[in-house]
Structures are given as structure tokens and as C-alpha cells.
Write a protein that binds this ligand. Structure first.
Ligand SMILES: O=C(O)CCC(=O)C(=O)O
Ligand SMILES: [Fe+2]
Length: 337
């Protein structure tokens, strides 16, 4: 069955050449975490191939599709170098074109932003397996399934969209994508899910242990620790009750203790998501954009080899409105929440 909520677009050779030409015009741009970088990429994004601009502008305006895959970007496998086994990646310059590519697409959906408490405050993240983290609920796991989730579900300022660009995936590890058919919920369960009857906690990527010491701000980590100690009560569904958005991460979320109706509704919606889960094995040069208000994503297990050839993705968080997070950012031009 074709699902109109998951679209795939294959770039033509000509379009790919246009993208390469555009990247060459950005050769002088430092790939850092500054608003100057967003300024350049936002202007340049207006010169991406028309078909890409049409797809992404549509995704933003129509709230559909919920996920878009663009295949066929060229990746120079020698140039990007071996898949690192540490973060931060030792030679970020080698993947500047891939980071720029993600930022160009982010600019058509909104603004890229980062977290002071995640991946050392970098704007573009590395998603790769890390020794010792095989069974964690983080992007760096491998042996264990990364259970499907809303990205940073715990945080009120979580992204509107998450972008993932695949640099390498010889293991053909599968990304999961899903959304529930809400017409199958009873009115009672729907009403329950629209109420703040669920506890949510931060995931382990936002801890000092997961970030280099020189990138740490004690205050920001304290705020995250507070969210762990005193978890917020949130709703799973929000927005228009007739056509709500979704916020769910079973690994870090639970119905309020003793709330049987909340538990029942939760079990039902998780089953609805499970039942309709879709599977996409991203290939080198495939870009996945997920609407984080309307779809969950995760990753099936795979075996990491730590031989420099492991699966490697780049990730970016995208907000539709930077002002929403202004009070959580140090200045109007800082991109770190
Ligand atoms: O590895 C994947 O395919 C998805 C990882 C993920 O959930 C993430 O990086 O946010
Ligand atoms: Fe994720």
C-alpha cells in the first residue's frame, strides 16, 4: 500500500549536479553554530533544485507528508573519511558538505538549532555507533533497538522537524517511522490522551557524561536534571482535538501512577503506532525529514564493527520559530537552547 504520508523523491543526475554546484558556492563558509551560517544557508537554499523546494515548502505548509525521503545526493566516500568511534568526530571539516546539505534543507522548513546539553553544543549531530553504548536508548546504540520516539519528547522546545542525512549504511540498518490511525481510538481514549496524565523524563543524551567537559554549562545541565527529578505531566495528543499532534516516547514516558484509564489509552495508541510502523533502510546520500509533531522514528538493531565503515548519519533539529525559544537561548542570535 502506498502511504501518502511517507514520500520518496529520487534526485536526477542534473539535480544532483545543481546541488554540488550550490555547495561549491559555500566553500568559504565556516560550518559552526552561528546565525551567520544560517543566514548564508537560508539564502543559498533558494537555489536548491525547484523540485526539492516544492516538496519541502509543501511539507511545511500542508502538514503533509509526515516524512519525506530524498535519495541520490552524492557522497564522496573517501572525502568523508572513516566513520568515527568517538564524539565529537575528530575531523569535522571532512563532512562539511554533508552538514551544509542538511542545513540547506533545514532552511526550507525553518531554522536549525542545537542543544547546549547535547553533542557538545554542535548544530549538526553525528549519529554513529559508539563502543560501550550498544544497548543504550540513544542514537549511538546498535545491538539494541532504538525504540521509536518523538525527538526530545521531554522538552517543550523540541524540534518541529528532525533531519537525518545518511553518509554510510553498509549494515542496512533500518530506520522506523510511524504514526497512529487516530480514527481507531475510542472517544474516551482520545480524550484521555489529550490530558496531561503522562510523566516524561529527559533521555540520557542530555547528560554531562555524554558531553565533552569544555562544552558544558552547569546551569543547562542542572535544568535537565531538574526535569528528571521532577518530571512534567504532559499530554500525548495536543493541538486541535479533532486532528491532534503527537508527543510520545515510551522509553522515557509513563502514565501517571495509578491512572488506569491513562494506561489503557496509552497501550492502545502504542499498539496503533506499532501496527502501522514503516521501515526505511537509508542509503548513503539519502536524506530523511521527519515531522516531529506528526511522526515518531527509531532504528532497528544492527551489528557495529567499529572498523571505520560503520553506519553514519548526520542529524539536525529544525524549529519553525526561533522566537519560541528566545528565553532559553543566551542571545537573539544564539542557536543553542
Ligand atoms: O539512526 C536512526 O535511523 C535514527 C536515530 C534517531 O532516532 C536520531 O538520531 O534521532
Ligand atoms: Fe531520534
Amino acid at each position: 500500500m502506498t502511504d501518502l504520508q511517507l514520500r520518496t523523491v529520487a534526485l536526477t543526475h542534473e539535480e544532483n549536479t545543481e546541488v554540488d554546484d550550490l555547495l561549491r558556492t559555500l566553500a568559504d563558509v565556516p560550518v559552526d553554530s552561528t546565525v551567520a551560517l544560517l543566514h548564508r544557508t537560508r539564502l543559498a537554499a533558494q537555489e536548491l533544485p525547484l523540485r526539492i523546494r516544492t516538496e519541502l515548502t509543501g511539507m511545511r505548509l500542508y502538514d503533509s507528508p509526515r516524512a519525506l525521503v530524498v535519495t541520490g545526493f552524492g557522497i564522496d566516500d573517501d572525502r568523508i573519511g572513516p566513520t568515527p568511534v568517538t564524539r565529537p568526530a575528530p575531523a569535522p571539516e571532512r563532512t562539511r558538505n554533508q552538514e551544509l546539505l542538511l542545513l540547506l534543507h533545514a532552511a526550507l522548513l525553518g531554522e536549525a538549532f542545537g542543544w547546549a546539553t547535547q553533542q557538545n553544543g554542535r548544530l549538526v549531530h553525528d549519529v554513529l555507533p559508539i563502543p560501550g553504548e550498544e544497548t543504550e536508548q540513544m542514537g549511538s546504540s546498535s545491538k539494541a533497538e532504538l525504540l521509536w520516539h518523538t525527538e526530545d519528547a521531554f522538552h517543550p522546545l523540541r524540534c518541529d522537524y528532525v533531519g537525518l542525512l545518511c553518509l554510510r549504511n553498509h549494515q542496512r540498518a533500518v530506520t522506523t517511522l510511524g504514526w497512529p490511525d487516530l480514527s481507531r481510538l475510542t472517544p474516551e481514549d482520545r480524550a484521555t490522551l489529550l490530558e496531561p496524565r503522562y510523566l516524561i523524563r529527559p533521555d540520557t543524551s542530555h547528560t554531562p557524561e555524554q558531553n565533552a567537559a569544555d562544552a558544558q554549562s552547569a546551569e543547562r545541565f542542572a535544568a535537565i536534571a531538574e526535569m528528571d527529578d521532577t518530571p512534567e505531566h504532559v499530554a500525548v495528543l495536543f493541538g486541535d482535538p479533532e486532528d491532534p499532534y503527537l508527543r510520545i516516547d515510551p522509553a522515557y514516558m509513563s502514565p501517571a501512577p495509578g491512572d488506569a484509564a491513562a494506561r489503557r489509552a496509552y497501550d492502545t495508541i502504542t499498539t496503533l503506532i506499532e501496527d502501522a510502523l514503516q521501515y526505511v533502510a537509508l542509503e548513503a546520500g539519502s536524506l530523511l525529514l521527519v515531522d516531529n509533531y506528526q511522526a515518531v522514528h527509531g532504528r532497528k538493531p544492527f551489528v557495529a564493527a567499529y572498523d571505520g565503515r560503520d553506519r553514519w548519519l548526520k542529524r539536525v533539529n529544525i524549529t519553525r520559530d526561533l522566537r519560541r525559544s528566545r528565553s532559553a537561548r543566551q542571545s537573539a542570535t544564539s542557536l543553542l537552547v
